[in-house]
Design a protein around this ligand. Structure first.
Ligand SMILES: NC(=O)c1ccc[n+]([C@@H]2O[C@H](COP(=O)([O-])OP(=O)(O)OC[C@H]3O[C@@H](n4cnc5c(N)ncnc54)[C@H](OP(=O)(O)O)[C@@H]3O)[C@@H](O)[C@H]2O)c1
Length: 315
């Protein structure tokens, strides 16, 4: 039985994006539903201190959050969780992933098990839970650019991209009402609950490279998107899906969608912008003192070998 209060399950809630989304849902309940209050099941993999960090931010919130530690690759535990909770759920935002491409390359089996959590997603589908899955622009091979969802075929060069294609295929097969959001690289402020434990974005990596020679790709171009924009897009889908279903809302809120910003920039462009912003902020707070933190411009290829990030990117 679905409950009268909308129930959402969010996987990867301790991750960079998951923390931002959870924080937003706690502090600004969704509009457009019969009852503005929500019940959220926030799933995480095992980040120490995460449940405590969430509960410390819950005062005055209308939203009820249940934090569950669940290894999505453990089929027996996942099935037990589904049996206990899935019948009452309405929507899942599936954000959990092994999201660092070079780590996926080293352990493809682990990447597949987590990025395509079949028992979990099939279990939700059996209970008619709509799924919003997070995918990536790395489903494309990058030879053409300016990709369109309805026109261009996927051809991932790396294990991370391959697992996301498998995720997309599964989610689409489970229901034509499901949603997949193929995101470009997401940049924004640190995670709100446990910033020191969740990974930072490329901006934070840049900030950590003061006075160190650093190589950035010039041939990996992305349509950078801000964290808050991604959060607002997911909120938009949640609100639309929770409105009473009509043919029209089903049509406009299902399928595969690209999420990207208006500019096409290389890692080098991003780094230069980050350093410029960071240096100018520091100059103003340091009373105009000069400094010498700037990246060394050097072209790095890797794009053609399926490597999208250099090993030094260890955030
Ligand atoms: N960040 C980007 O620029 C970007 C761009 C495009 C697409 N995406 C996609 O957007 C989603 C969110 O990205 P993100 O940057 O927020 O990822 P992230 O910070 O790496 O978060 C990964 C999440 O997965 C959880 N997790 C890891 N192993 C698990 C396991 N065995 N069982 C259950 N949960 C597990 C982690 O939990 P613990 O920490 O508690 O272990 C964490 O909450 C991902 O699907 C990613 O592929 C991200």
């Amino acid at each position: 039985m679905k409950s009268s209060i909308p129930q959402i399950v969010l996987t990867g809630s301790s991750g960079f994006l998951g923390q931002h989304l959870l924080h937003s849902l706690i502090h600004e309940p969704l509009k457009g539903t019969a009852n503005a209050a929500l019940e959220i099941h926030a799933l995480y993999g095992g980040m120490e201190g995460f449940p405590e960090a969430v509960s410390s931010m819950m005062s005055n919130s209308q939203v009820k959050v249940h934090v569950h530690q669940l290894d999505l690759t453990d089929s027996a535990k996942v099935q037990a969780w589904i049996d206990q909770y899935a019948a009452a759920l309405d929507i899942c935002v599936h954000s959990a992933a092994l999201s660092v491409p070079r780590v996926c390359e080293k352990d493809p089996d682990k990447a597949r098990a987590l990025n395509v959590p079949t028992t979990f997603l099939e279990g939700l589908a059996k209970h008619n839970v709509r799924i919003i899955g997070l995918s990536t622009d790395q489903v494309y091979d990058g030879t053409k650019g300016n990709y369109k969802e309805d026109v261009d075929s996927v051809n991932p060069l790396n294990v991370y991209g391959q697992t996301k294609v498998q995720l997309e295929e599964l989610v689409v097969k489970l229901s034509s009402s499901n949603v997949l959001l193929r995101s470009s690289i997401i940049l924004g402020p640190k995670a709100p609950f446990l910033p020191e434990k969740a990974h930072g974005t490329f901006l934070h990596f840049c900030a950590s490279r003061e006075n160190q020679e650093t190589t950035f790709f010039t041939d990996e171009c992305r349509s950078v998107i801000a964290t808050d924009t991604v959060v607002q897009i997911i909120r938009w889908f949640l609100q639309k899906i929770m409105l009473p279903a009509t043919n029209e809302t089903t049509k406009t809120t299902a399928g595969i969608f690209h999420m990207g910003g208006p500019d096409n920039v290389s890692r080098m462009d991003m780094a230069k912008a980050a350093f410029t912003l960071w240096i100018s902020n520091r100059l103003s707070s340091a009373g105009g003192k000069g400094q010498d933190a700037s990246p060394r411009s050097e072209e790095s290829s890797g794009h053609h070998h399926g490597q999208w990030e250099i090993a030094k990117f260890d955030w």
